[in-house]
Ligand binder design. Structure first.
Ligand code: F6R
Length: 607
């Protein structure tokens, strides 16, 4: 949510900033801007995409200088327009600031500054930070930063330039991500690794309120007492091509196609000679036996992955599982027992509500196991145990491979816990693990049918609304399928537990209403077919998803998409594939920007 870059070195800053922002555009894309030093601070900013900023820079003339900061915005305070775009500058032009996060007490601060004679031009919370820097400036940017931090409340990653310090950038973070990239006679700040990759693979992770002073040839990190902190250097292991489109029209399709690899990479290091070994987590058999209840907490698709987790963990490990939306959990005063554990799921590891929920669970003293994709992210660092999904960087705003890798870990946890608690025999484990290991190649087979689903999507691209129904795990996947369609194609789509539809919502079904019916739970199949008949009787057009060999469903549904045979517990991994591809092609057909849907941003770092 908002992307920040900063560059200081011996090359021109502007092209580095623009390239970096392009890599971060997935974080927000309603406006953007840069500030670059030459003999004075030059600021160019505009509403719209980065292409609009590039155009404006061309029109405004050249921007020279080897020090600069840049920002791509997802609006929180004030409309996405030229004035509210970052960087924000103090009234006298001395300070320039880019910010990701929310300054919660910006209104009283603004009033206080106005009384001192500062005038504001934007509606943003960030302009207050620029003015505060100016008001507190005493010739030392670290002192000033400390005073500003003590005054502001909320979440922030800040990159700041001062007219009087042309050879440094000062930066800080709290509850919003910020990395420091380490180059050769050049250094960087960025919200995420892809912005750095062209220049360096070495970086520092920052903890809350660690202040960074970035110069061309050195990086100093200080705490709030101005004591220098020595940091471990992290090294990016993946290649720049992983974060490129690689010939696909959109990252989303590339990431859909990468799902077999992502699941393989997530599963295979943890399956050794047919045995599940949950690397790096410190749970003994005794610990697992003592678990009283599991609280799974997440947002959006990660929450949907948690729902799949509930079904499989309760089934195999017989541990009661509650699944909460992080934004609810954090404020609902959850009752946690000392022997409960909390599983936090997050692709980015930075989602504000999820991080706050983790802290609430921790405050109550329960053990946190997190499932995270981004190595070293805040959620990973604050958890007691971490299981990484090895999905690689996910750039498209709508998650695909991140979700698939999360559910793969849900299966492993369910089986491992089930075995430890004595509910699954060694024989059963062997057979289930073999099924798990087969999932990536089953997805590869499924992906070959992409062309058929494209045709189906084209035929239905202009529908006004749709339903996705299912029972049991199929219902959990229905929620994910409906979200995919909604967020990228802007078609209203509701997921419903198939048995629940007749309790009111079926009144919305009329002639031609599209219903995607997931019918892959053998144990619930007949019940689901009855629900399909109910919507058919009211005129719905039904596309069913069923297991291969099921010929009967074709007599009830208008179209059938077949998935390979698989045990009921693992169907989510296969069911979701046609739903993702169907949504993708509907969105393409409707002319939507698949990777950057309106109003959205990846990594939601505000609550
Ligand atoms: C939907 C989607 C979001 C995220 C949610 C949580 O396609 O991507 O719903 O799943 O914002 O994000 P993470 O997993 O980064 O915490």
């Amino acid at each position: 949510m908002c992307g920040i870059v900063g560059y200081i070195g011996q090359n021109q800053a502007m092209p580095v900033l623009i390239k970096g922002l392009k890599k971060l555009e997935y974080r927000g894309y309603d406006s953007s801007g840069i500030a670059v030093f030459s003999d004075h601070l030059q600021v160019v900013k505009t509403k719209g995409r980065l292409a609009d900023l590039e155009e404006k820079i061309k029109t405004d003339g050249s921007i020279n200088g080897c020090v600069g900061i840049g920002h791509t915005r997802w609006a929180t305070h004030g409309a996405p327009d030229d004035v509210n775009a970052h960087p924000h500058t103090s009234s006298n032009g001395r300070i320039s600031v880019v910010h990701n996060g929310i300054i919660e007490n910006y209104l009283p601060l603004r009033t206080e500054l106005e009384k001192k004679g500062y005038t504001f031009v934007s509606e943003t919370d960030t302009e207050v930070v620029a003015q505060l820097f100016d008001a507190y400036y005493n010739g030392d940017m670290v002192d000033t930063m400390i005073r500003v931090i003590q005054k502001i409340r909320g979440s922030y990653a800040l990159g700041v330039l001062c007219q009087e310090k042309p050879d440094e950038i000062i930066a800080v973070r709290k509850d919003s991500p910020l990395l420091v990239g380490l180059g050769n006679h050049e250094n960087f700040i960025a919200s995420d690794i892809p912005a750095l990759l062209e220049y360096t693979k070495d970086y520092y992770l920052l903890n809350d309120n660690e202040i960074v002073v970035l110069k061309k040839d050195c990086v100093t990190i200080l705490d709030m007492e101005k004591q220098e902190i020595s940091k471990e250097i992290y090294h990016v292991t993946w290649d720049i091509s992983t974060a490129e489109k690689g010939g696909y029209d959109y990252f989303m399709m590339k990431e859909i196609m990468e799902q077999p690899t992502a699941i393989r990479a997530t599963l295979s290091p943890r399956i050794v000679n047919g045995e599940i070994q949950l690397d790096s987590i410190q749970y003994t058999t005794e610990d697992i036996k003592n678990i009283n209840r599991i609280h799974i907490v997440a947002c959006g698709s990660a929450w949907h992955a948690g729902l799949v987790g509930k079904y499989v963990i309760e089934d195999y490990a017989r541990i009661p599982v509650e699944v909460d939306l992080a934004s609810e959990f954090r404020y609902r005063k959850p009752i946690l027992h000392p022997n409960d554990i909390c599983i936090i799921i997050s692709q980015s590891g930075e989602t504000a509500d999820t991080l706050a929920a983790l802290r609430e669970a921790k405050r109550q003293g329960i053990r946190i196991l997190s499932i995270v994709n981004v190595v070293g992210s805040s959620i990973a660092r604050e958890s007691d145990d971490v299981l990484y999904t090895w999905a690689g960087p996910e750039i498209a705003v709508a998650t695909t491979k991140g979700y698939s890798a999360q559910i793969a870990l849900m299966y492993l946890i369910a089986l491992k816990f089930g075995q430890a608690r004595g509910y699954i025999s060694t024989e059963e484990i062997k057979q289930l693990v073999a099924e798990l290991e087969n999932i990536p190649s089953q997805i590869e087979t499924l992906l070959k049918q992409e062309g058929e689903w494209k045709a189906l999507a084209k035929a239905h691209a202009q529908i006004p609304n749709a339903f996705v129904i299912g029972r049991g795990i199929d219902y959990a996947v229905a929620l994910e399928g409906a979200l995919k369609l909604k967020e990228i194609s802007y078609i209203h789509c509701e997921a419903y537990a198939a048995g629940e539809l007749k309790h009111g919502t079926i009144s919305l079904v009329e002639d031609g209403t599209l219903v995607l019916a997931i019918a892959t739970q053998d144990a619930l199949y007949e019940k689901l077919v009855s629900n399909v008949k109910e919507v058919k009787a009211r005129g719905a057009y039904v596309i069913a998803i069923a297991k291969e060999g099921n010929t009967e469903i074709a007599e009830v549904a208008d179209n059938v998409i077949y998935i390979p045979q698989i045990t009921d517990s693992f169907t989510a991994s296969l069911d979701v594939i046609p739903l993702q591809i169907f949504s993708y092609y509907v969105a393409v057909e409707r002319g939507c920007d698949v990777d950057m849907p309106r109003n959205l941003a990846k990594s939601v770092t505000v609550e």
